[in-house]
Design a protein around this ligand. Structure first.
Ligand code: SF4
Length: 192
């Protein structure tokens, strides 16, 4: 028999005992999975990507010695979690790449007006440029009184949009800081 790619994966994932290959793949898959996480520390957490909030188990390798940095090697759905019961969508299934991905950006970048590419800049320069633009925009768009003469002290020229991996604590500080600037357009996804 000549299995197609589709039937191969269907067979392997579905756990059909009499596989199209003529032998049982289940023990091999089970053993491979067991080997991969056999010496890991399990940490229960929440997928940060959307507000479904699926439970995940993060497998970390490292003997907890003082000079050893634990390494995340696998993330899977938590079978005991009442929301997802072990399942993860494709985005959640790629969660370990939130930590381990050579293409992940680790320094700030900027695309200048009229430019067609992004360039790396130093953190200090990024802070300076952001602070300067925030001040300039706030100075230009701050509204002290509304059309009926009531004091409003708001800044409608800046909006804040939080990322999905922002924690409650981070968002608490964001709201305090942005409200102190007078921002009214604030959005986040606080739940982790
Ligand atoms: S696994 Fe998918 S559905 Fe679940 S929280 Fe993450 S992104 Fe949302």
């Amino acid at each position: 028999m000549n299995p197609t790619r589709r039937t191969f994966f269907k067979t392997a994932a579905g756990g059909v005992i009499a596989s199209t290959l003529g032998f049982d793949l289940q023990p091999a898959f089970a053993q491979a999975a067991g080997l991969k996480i056999s010496r890991t520390t399990e940490t229960r957490s929440t997928c940060p990507y959307c507000s479904v909030s699926c439970g995940v188990i993060i497998h970390t390798l490292g003997d907890k010695a003082k000079n050893v940095t634990p390494q995340v090697i696998h993330v899977e759905g938590d079978p005991d979690h009442p929301i997802n019961r072990g399942t993860l969508c494709p985005k959640g299934s790629s969660l370990h790449q939130d930590i381990l991905n050579s293409r992940r950006l680790t320094k700030p970048q900027v695309r200048r007006p009229g430019s067609d590419h992004w360039e790396d800049i130093a953190w200090d320069q990024a802070y300076d440029e952001i602070a300067r633009r925030v001040k300039k925009t706030r100075d230009e768009t701050f509204i002290e009184k509304d059309p009926r003469g009531r004091t409003v002290n708001r800044c409608e020229g800046i909006a804040w949009n939080g990322g999905c991996t922002d924690t409650n604590e981070f968002n608490y500080l964001v709201v305090k800081t942005m409200r102190s600037l007078g921002l009214t357009y604030i959005e986040n996804q606080a739940r982790v």
